[in-house]
Design a protein around this ligand. Structure first.
Ligand code: NAD
Length: 251
């Protein structure tokens, strides 16, 4: 076990699977105490047990990121159990490919509710705890869809663009307190979120053809960037955008 996150306490949302789960395991292997949160608490519980039984420190908590009472409970319990909060990874998210003219108001609102309100609420309730801890790092998982447009969706891009901008407001308002906030912008990453597209040879090929490096990203690719932003190695970075997309948005 190495120790880039020794003595740090981290909350990771959307930790039941995909990127969040991998980041929870990575953070724990770097010495952090990890609170894995998701609506799917059973899956988080299994991962937390595996981390604990291999010598790491982790617990699971139920969290629907759209719920303010849920957030209050998770932050309160984290501080009660572990004494502080140093890191928040706002990773939970949902995706939609529905083009603008076919999207319903309900669908638009739901995407914004999970992807943007979730980040707002997490930030709002983490900040007082981080202030008491003497600072912290908030990492918001946006997307390349928060920087450039795409043929599918509209709501997803708007939610991720909102996350990108909201991150900068957080950074400015809390820089003097040692609370940093940065956004991460992955390109297509091989998880369940886009498995409908990647599961066909044609879909995968068409996705790969848009990426200069010629491959879809892995959960490791993103997690290594998230880890860097969580550590004190990035202590002069706040309000920045970390793009991890195989060169897709550089074109
Ligand atoms: N996979 C990609 O291609 C890609 C690309 C760019 C950005 N992202 C972003 O990365 C993040 C992680 O996505 P992933 O690829 O691991 O997807 P995933 O679908 O594998 O995992 C998403 C997780 O979020 C959880 N979640 C959904 N709604 C929730 C809610 N209301 N409250 C709490 N948890 C909730 C799910 O249960 C799931 O565990 C998301 O924010 C996503 O938008 C993904």
């Amino acid at each position: 076990m190495s120790s880039r996150l020794k003595n740090k306490v981290a909350i990771i949302t959307g930790a039941a699977k995909g990127q969040g789960e991998f980041e929870a395991r990575l953070f724990a292997s770097e010495g952090a105490t990890v609170v894995l949160c998701d609506i799917d608490v059973e899956a988080c519980g299994k991962t937390a047990e595996e981390i604990s039984s291999s010598g790491g420190s982790a617990v699971s908590m139920t969290l629907d990121v759209t719920s303010e009472p849920n957030w209050i409970g998770v932050v309160e319990q984290t501080v009660e159990f572990f004494g502080k909060l140093d890191i928040l990874v706002n990773n939970a998210g949902i995706y939609s490919r529905v083009p603008i003219e076919n999207a319903s108001v309900e669908e638009f609102d739901h995407i914004l509710e999970v992807n943007l309100r979730g980040v707002f609420l997490g930030t709002k309730h983490a900040i007082p705890a981080m202030r008491t801890s003497g600072g912290g790092s908030i990492i918001n998982i946006s997307s390349t869809a928060g920087i450039v447009g795409n043929v599918g969706s509209g709501a997803y891009g708007a939610s991720k663009g909102g996350v990108r901008s909201f991150t900068k407001y957080t950074a400015i308002q809390h820089a003097s307190e040692g609370i940093r906030a940065n956004s991460v912008h992955p390109g297509p990453i091989d998880t369940d979120m886009i498995s409908d597209n990647l599961s066909t040879a044609e879909g995968r090929k068409s996705t790969e053809s848009r990426i200069p490096m010629g491959r879809v990203g892995s959960i490791e690719d993103v997690a290594m960037g998230v880890l860097f932003l969580a550590t004190d190695e990035s202590s002069y970075m706040t309000g920045s955008e970390l793009v991890i997309d195989g060169g897709m948005t550089a074109q």
